[in-house]
Ligand binder design. Structure first.
Ligand code: UDP
Ligand code: MG
Length: 142
């Protein structure tokens, strides 16, 4: 079991100026921040990040949305990080997310759902490497 995951505060949340509140919720839940940056990505980069969704009907809109504004990728560490973080953010659709979760608090729709969280240990390492190619983050395993 890996202890790392990759989060992205999405453009709807940065536009609402709630990145700080989301980061506070992440830290209060016991995650340590190993890497953090504020950036914008191109359609090429977003397409590569979401390549697994290429065949899904929402892919084109998802790429347009993820490139529409500032994002904040975060490399996070906690025991059982992937599962714990998915619990903290809640269901993909904020309307279905449990009360108190980040998506229930800050998301506005199934696409503009405030935050991304890796869905497996394997993807977490791939996604951390994608945004934080410095190898020491992926290597830290304490
Ligand atoms: N998404 C969307 N429409 C859908 C499902 C997903 O626009 O019907 C977007 C949404 O931003 C979601 C992302 O695509 O977070 C990736 O979808 P996934 O099914 O992996 O959901 P997640 O793992 O983020 O909960
Ligand atoms: Mg997913």
């Amino acid at each position: 079991m890996s202890n790392k995951t990759l989060a992205i505060i999405k453009p709807d949340a940065t536009a609402k100026n709630v990145s700080g509140e989301i980061i506070a919720a992440i830290q209060q839940a016991g995650f340590r921040i190993l890497g953090m940056k504020l950036t914008k990505i191109s359609p090429e980069v977003a397409g590569e990040f979401y390549a697994v969704h290429k065949e899904r009907p929402f892919y084109g809109e998802l790429i347009a949305y993820m490139t529409s504004g500032t994002i904040v990728p975060l490399a996070l560490q906690k025991d059982n990080a992937v599962e714990e973080f998915r619990k903290l953010i809640g269901a993909t659709d904020p309307k279905k997310a449990e009360a108190g979760t980040i998506r229930a608090r800050f998301g506005t729709g199934i696409e503009a759902n405030a935050i991304h969280g890796s869905d497996s240990d394997e993807n977490a390492l791939r996604e951390i490497g994608f945004f934080f190619p410095e190898s020491e983050i992926v290597a830290v395993n304490k």
